[in-house]
Design a protein around this ligand. Structure first.
Ligand code: SF4
Length: 698
């Protein structure tokens, strides 16, 4: 009943990369209801987060005034902050004082130590415009490429493999193409939990008779709908996928014509996988040889096959190798570049695709153009009127290490929470505490903001105008339903104020000015002017003309690589960095819950969601719980080489024998205190999905 509301605003969901379009109903300046709209990614559907997870914007915890750290306040480090009154650590300040202190602290380090002593973490939850401005500030204003965001912690290895193999880090087809496919592979992803609306399309496809192959070390609800469900051993992805490639090669199930016309590296692949017979790999991956053959044949011989993957693939020290195998599957069989086929890393946060596209990464300007390429760099130098750093910057975990090495002394962090999301959390928090100057811009006093010298209160998704790019490459417009509370301000205005504070002469009158400048340097946004987005709400890139829909399926005629061919890079089987031993006999893996988003800053402040999942948990299967002499419901201590975390033990048959699963959203049971910071050498992503652990009753 629209009459019951003061207004209903068309926007997009602020949580996952599915990018569901929403109608946000407002009464008395409060959001009272969110419904799904008929968007290209959701067709009126929403999951529990999108529908009920909106009240965090009205939380009494919202930051409403700038804060400055008191001179005598202790550095937060790893201290337990629960129950601490923020005003014992910070004092409220005027905007003028806070912005002056924020900018002058950064400028002092810049003048004294140079730009390489500064770094910035931007946000995958902010808009494209905010991401563009943030990386511009770091590059133009600080003179460094030390800028990154949480893509480093989710799909960095997938993007590294995709750029190398097919010349583009984005998906080749939308997830809705599952409906046009004959064979859908979901590997290392739990879409029913993490991309729930995407999962509805996969289930619908099965009802229409499509094959669904679900492969995951943990069982999951989607396996009930699968025609093939493979619960493989954690860390054995390359063994299983190379065995499938072995079958495709030895049984000549590959598409010779496609390979000859479009692919390089096939001969090297043949050589590499010849020893990866299903019989040899069955023991390694825990899947019998006949099932491996069956799955390989099903994938290769279906008319149209499509692969979806998530962080079970990417968050390993061999994450890039895992993705290389998936790319090899698609390239050998020609299952890419046609409707119903393709490669689709399911993107995590609502704008992790757009933030990466906009250059919020240390090695690339917008549109993945190398900072080390002289021609590209000089183009930006002309545009921005200053010389730029010719060397690629440090990534998230490298920045943390560089702080503790005394090389990085100041940071600007916008809408990210590394104190909860980085691996080996005590190490990360020690680094935040060691900074000479830290500016944090956020909507809550997050675990990271507690470490700040200046805290800038910013706007929530529902309070701002901007564009967001979902996992399908759909650029969508989000509209404000509310004003920010108290003195909180728009994020883009705060980035611009800091730019002014360090002496840059930026002049943007409206967020659309930022979009227009960004689109002028990003060929991917050709034919998608701001006015078109305002009118159509969602346009897929790349678009060939302003009056034609964007291209949902790409790579129809080759690949955007140097030679126009897709490149197969064969992968070797490497062990995880840290394997179980006598002292730590179990495997710890981390991830998300349906109800909570990322580090929980928003969803743990949403009444309905926090009521459903209110406390930190460690999850094992009932057999393993009994074997360990424990009981479900009791408090346990989970320990790794990096620390100990207490949590409530939950029983769940989905978790494999010998494994503990912990979600990383609970600050009282912070799973990332335990995780291994060892990096994949290509994507520089940490090994969140596998480390050695033990568990004890408390
Ligand atoms: Fe939001 Fe993702 Fe749920 Fe859609 S599926 S409502 S985008 S959290």
């Amino acid at each position: 009943d629209v009459q019951a509301f003061d207004k209903v605003v068309d926007s997009v969901c602020p949580f996952c990369g599915v990018g569901c379009q929403t109608s946000v109903a407002v009464k008395d300046n409060r959001i009272v209801q969110v419904d799904g709209r008929d968007g290209p990614a959701n067709e009126n559907r929403l999951c529990v987060k999108g529908r009920f997870g909106f009240d965090y914007v009205h939380s009494p915890d919202r930051l409403t005034k700038p804060l400055i750290r008191r001179d005598d306040a202790p550095k937060a480090g790893d201290m337990d902050l629960r129950g601490v009154d923020p005003l014992t650590i910070f004092r409220e300040a005027s905007w003028e004082e806070a912005l002056e202190k924020a900018a002058s602290g950064l400028k002092t380090i810049l003048d004294r130590d140079g730009g390489s002593a500064l770094a910035g973490f931007g946000s995958a939850k902010g808009s494209n415009e905010e991401a563009y401005l943030f990386q511009k500030l770091i590059r133009e204003g600080f003179g460094t490429n030390n800028v990154d965001h949480c893509t480093r912690l989710c799909h960095a290895s997938s993007v590294a493999a995709l750029l190398e193999g097919v010349g583009s880090g984005a998906v080749s087809a939308p997830f809705t193409d599952a409906m046009k496919s004959d064979c859908i592979v979901v590997i290392g992803a739990r879409p029913a939990t993490n991309h729930p609306v995407a999962a509805t399309y996969f289930k619908q496809a099965v009802k229409q008779g499509k094959q669904l192959i679900v492969m995951d070390p943990r069982r999951q609800g989607l396996m009930r709908h699968a025609t093939h469900a493979l619960q493989f051993k954690p860390g054995s992805d390359v063994a299983m996928l190379n065995a499938m490639l072995n079958v495709i090669v030895t049984e000549q199930l590959y598409d010779e014509q496609y390979i000859q016309a479009n692919v390089s590296g096939f001969e090297a692949l043949k050589e590499k996988v010849k020893d990866f017979t299903p019989e040899a790999m069955a023991e390694v991956c825990g899947i019998d040889a006949e099932t491996l053959r069956d799955v390989a044949r099903t994938y290769a011989t279906s008319e149209r096959s499509i692969i979806f993957w998530g962080m079970g693939i990417s968050q390993h020290t061999h994450g890039t190798d895992n993705s290389r195998c998936l790319i090899a599957l698609a390239l050998t069989t020609g299952h890419v570049g046609r409707p119903g086929t393709g490669l689709h890393p399911l993107r995590g946060q609502n704008n992790v695709q757009g933030a990466s596209d906009a250059g919020l990464i240390p090695m690339f300007f917008p549109d993945y153009r190398s900072v080390e390429n002289v021609d590209i760099r000089s183009g930006y130098e002309d545009l921005w009127g200053r010389s730029l750093d010719p060397v690629k910057g440090l990534t998230v975990v490298e920045i943390v290490d560089a702080i503790l090495d005394g090389k990085i002394k100041g940071m600007y962090i916008m809408g990210e929470n590394p104190a909860m999301s980085d691996p080996d959390q005590q190490h990360a928090r020690a680094a935040l505490a060691a900074l000479d100057h830290l500016v944090v811009q956020d909507i809550f006093l997050t675990e990271t903001a507690w470490h700040a010298d200046v805290v800038l209160p910013a706007s929530a998704h529902a309070e701002k105008l901007g564009t967001y790019t979902n996992t399908n490459r759909q650029v969508q417009i989000g509209r404000p339903a509310l004003d920010p509370p108290g003195e909180a301000r728009q994020d883009w205005e705060l980035i611009a104020a800091l730019a002014k504070g360090i002496g840059l002469g930026w002049d943007y009158g409206h967020i659309s000015d930022v979009y227009t400048e960004m689109a002028s340097v990003m060929p991917s946004l050709n034919n998608i002017p701001w006015e078109r987005l305002e009118q159509e709400d969602s346009v897929t890139y790349p678009a060939d003309a302003v009056d034609r829909p964007g291209n949902e399926v790409i790579f129809r005629e080759g690949f955007p690589t140097a030679d126009g061919r897709g490149k197969i890079v064969p992968a070797d089987l490497l062990p995880p960095d840290e394997v179980p031993d006598e002292q730590f006999p179990l495997v710890l893996t981390t991830g998300r819950l349906l109800e909570h988003w990322h580090t929980g800053a928003m969803t743990r402040r949403s009444g309905v969601l926090d009521e459903i999942e209110p406390q930190g948990i460690a999850v094992m299967n009932p057999y393993e719980i009994e074997r360990q002499g424990l009981e479900a419901g009791q408090m346990v201590a989970v320990e790794t080489r990096r620390g100990i975390v207490e949590a409530v033990l939950r029983s769940d048959r989905e978790v494999a024998d010998g494994m503990i699963f912990m979600p990383f959203c609970f600050n009282e049971s912070p799973a990332n205190r335990l995780t291994n910071p060892k990096l994949d050498p290509f994507g520089k992503i940490p090994e969140f999905k596998y480390c050695a652990a033990k568990i004890e009753a408390i």
